[in-house]
Design a protein. Sequence first.
Length: 592
Amino acid sequence: MKHIEKLAAIRQLMQTKKIDAYIIPSSDPHISEYLPEHYRCIAWVSGFTGSAGTLVITQNFAGLWTDSRYFVQANQQLAGSGFELVKLKVQHAPEYITWISEQFTVPATVAFDGNLASLQVANAVKSTLQPLGFEINGHEDLLAPIWEGRPTLPTNPAYVLDEKIIGKDTATKIAEVRAEMKKQRCNTHLISSLDDLAWFLNVRGTDVNSNPVVLGFVLVTEKAVNFYIAENKLDIQSQKTLEQFGVTIKPYNSVYADLKNLTSNDRILIDPKRTCFAIYDSIPEQVEIIEALNPSNLLKAVKNEVELAHTRQAMINDGVAMTQFFKWVEENVASGELSEISIAEKLQSLRAAQPGFKDISFDTIAGYKDHGALPHYKAEEDSNYKLEPKGLLLVDSGGQYLTGTTDITRVISLGEITAEEKEDYTYVLKGLIEGSRAIYTKGTRGYQIDALTRQPLLASLRNYGHGTGHGVGFFLNVHEGPHVFNGTATDIPILTGMITSIEPGLYREGKHGIRIENLVVSRDLVSNQFGDFMDFETLTLCYIDTALVEKSLLSDDQINWLNEYNQNVYNVLSTRLSDEDATWLRSKTLAI
């Protein structure tokens, strides 16, 4: 069935059910960013494969609301689908709700599948549209009747991590979460989000590509912990380990029945951003609901010393693979045989040879020339550029290791670089340096780091349309909340032990794109009469290409930072490289 035919089938069902507007979020019952194939609804309906967006369908219009990272990609993928791109003015904002309010005279009915919409989204739809006279139906799945051959939910096995890897056992984490529940005066707490679940129980799996998570729910009370997971996914030893910590294993779908059995004596804590509307609607009316951030979300973001020590080792392994990769690209680009797809495959194979490798942490973005200007580009057979010994190559990639998660972006010169490309690259590098060397006081928020990082680009009348950084998990999701470095006033302080990316960029559509990304960990610096000060330790270990640097645009301090960073990369990685690879890396890390 073609996309235009799927759209027609949905519209027919809407007409039958008297639905005026139908909303399809990019999500699943766990409000995941990256989805099991079973829930990749937007891709199936419209052809758009980006990880962020919302479809809205009426009888007269079908649109995809997404942000600037995906504008070019969406225009290409939506061609002939019957859907049009609607450009978001503010990233992640539900601007489609206002649009819906302007399209109809009431009464009109707006519907969505409550298993795909977060409580936050559902509340936004209801609070905006119901006062205007709209009817809201959050229990309509219009895809199930028409999706033939829909992928089944994954049945891959899950497992429990050794405490030596994770640094904190499940009993300790249960106690920490219960302590936070007590502060909120709650005796019950539901965990729907898969990364929170994985951290809480020290469980990992392979239910979502590149994300070592398992589909499930956890219900925590003052005396019990229920883990809802598909049968046979946990082996006997893993079940015994969890049972030793007081965890009861129950069937995946039985969470809905257990929620319906809550009473007026229960006061349940749920996270509106990380809980689907269908779950919320299963809770009886007499139960008091407290909407707040999952306690595990912030606890998870602060890495313990065992996790940090392992992460530093993962960075060395990843740096070895990245060095081998860029050397291989440089030596083979003139052959005319390299392509965006083939180099991504090569990079994955080099990572796979490293100790503890489990998977890549997201689909590699290998963007050559103008493809580098697409921040979330993924090469397909019909877009796959061949590499030549000229122009810029952007590679944004990462690995999932048993000892940590990596995420790194580098841009290298393949030859014949223009003055504009060097200037753009140098301003992005200045942003990376300023963010990385920031000194700040306890209580600083991510938007303040975003401003520091972005300033060198703004001063040159350049900018980028995405945030400066995101949290990163420990052998978990490469995008991890609740902290971010972006322009929104997120009220989450930067805490000691948080791992975050710093990744300024610059994109000239149709020409080239530049992004340089390192991971950093926030740490205590000094306390004195003026306050408690913090700074960042840069974790990522991979040379920054100096062939692209316009040195005259850098200050002496910025030059010193770059030289010291590259020298450290060489010092750490050279002991793990062959003599030939180490000699090559030495040539790339010479002081400028």
